[in-house]
Design a protein around this ligand. Sequence first.
Ligand SMILES: O=C(O)[C@H](O)[C@@H](O)[C@H](O)[C@H](O)COP(=O)(O)O
Ligand code: SF4
Length: 606
Amino acid sequence: MGTLMINPELKSITDRITKRSLETRAAYLAKIEQMRGQGPVRGALSCSNLAHGFAACGEQDKQALKLTESANIGIINAYNDMLSAHQPLESYPALIKQAAHDVGCTAQVAGGVPAMCDGVTQGTAGMELSLFSRDIIAGATAIALSHNMFDGALCLGVCDKIVPGLLIGALSFGHLPVIFAPAGPMTSGLSNKEKAAVRQQFAEGKVGRDELLEAESAAYHGEGTCTFYGTANSNQMLMEVMGIHIPGAAFEPPGTEMRDTLTRAAAERLCKITALGNEYTPLANIVDEKCIVNAIVALLATGGSTNHSIHWIAIARAAGIIIDWQDFSELSAITPLVARVYPNGSADVNHFHAAGGTGYVIRTLLENGLLHEDVQTNWGPGLSRYSQEPQLNQGRLHYVPGVSESADQEVLRPADAPFSTEGGLSLLQGNLGRSVIKVSAVAPEHRFVEAPARVFDDQAELARAFEAGELEQDMIAVVRFQGPAANGMPELHKMTPYLGILQDRGFKVALVTDGRMSGASGKVPAAIHLTPEALVGGGIAKICNGDLLRLDAVKGELQCLVAESEWQHREAATRTSEESESGTGRELFAHMRRAVSDAESGAGVV
Ligand SMILES: O=C(O)[C@H](O)[C@@H](O)[C@H](O)[C@H](O)COP(=O)(O)O
Ligand code: SF4
């Protein structure tokens, strides 16, 4: 691999983050140091604690656990049948236990964590629990690891809030080595673009529910992660570039010999890097400022999910590192877009993987000084290890250098000849507050929209207005009271077909909301995560129907073009509906709505 001269702006942004985080990072590391016992963590347990901990084990494991020479791995499993991406995880614990035994160690399922499928809950009341489920998962991870029987943790989770929640929880046990093992993507079915087209036809009444269900079922047809580059697959890219997977684990499909080999290898590696061995690699040493910056760069370079402009702020905070949207925006200005995967193009993650995948992205960014190479990883020091690709040779795993050229220039390009010289996300600012936009999914001709506001209190109201034919005009839809404190900041992805139709009909259309969009949302310019949110009196609550709004993704401006004197005297609207307070379990999350931080602080309660 060529010289790895670091980009000077990348270095300066990293130095700024390191300086800003000095105190919080030092406090985090001090807490982790306190948690590091000598010898296996279980050695500090009382006899009764330990006996409870291995009561249900077989005799061989009991003997191993009584002694303190061999490592015991805690498995945190997010298996359920709701997420096609998590369904394969059902069989992983048995594979991991056998792999641990094969190297003289033990493994136990430390606990399960809940996992919500945002595809199942999209557009329903359940989506109002989705963001909060991240911090519930973080707490559930800590509950599992708090048994203190473990010398390392193997996290089994893939999708949206699950990987961030597992990682936030595991960072509270950052004295342990932690490896994430995914299940991989579904094989390609009906393309995401064709699926989106049938949805628009359904919204226009051109096809019926049977055709729609047939298209959806042809797109989402089997086990594994949905194949668009949304939040779940962005998680996989970021776990690679942070060195938390073992190299090349992200996009191998489930149910293959390679997939099972990678899962076993993760367990074997984890047994090797505990404090009992001579390659001790605690999670706290991996997730540092350079690692977080690498994750943001990889997100921006691949047009990853906007949700990570929230989750990775929360993850960084869990490691004592403070980042904000200005950091994202400045990194985006120096990060080339090297991948076009739906919604940023028509390819899916299987095409991305075949074209060179995570190894190629890491290689080309390293070669252009756009990632920090001098980092710690679960596979050893130095990020260039993750530009390698796994191969099987008579059933044994080994690594070879990854491709040095993209196998499909329509899907992956080198960082010095990218699809765009800027990354996928931008910060928008103005008299409405601060928001983010995924520019990589918006055609250049749609990145500037100035049009009258049409104000809605939820996405269903917008759908009704569309169906009544009231939206056939240039319009910036304002959907408010969708922030974290209002109703848990749901994804508002169901609006995408309606706004896409209006855009296709030639109207200038955009969306402004304090809510979220799906990582799969695309072509309509959307200023999302608007902070401060409507419920706390943010500017979005002062917009009236007909106000002229400007969304300029090129200059980074979001403005209500009302005279300053009038704007200052505008009353913020108050919410008319308490619908989000109860039903579908939402009453159980009232304390989180009251305590949640704003989107730019990570929308967290932990
Ligand atoms: O952020 C994300 O990537 C989304 O939450 C994704 O996980 C969700 O499942 C989408 O809603 C699926 O897309 P459709 O709803 O278009 O099927
Ligand atoms: S990618 Fe989204 S829709 Fe697909 S399994 Fe994961 S959460 Fe569900």
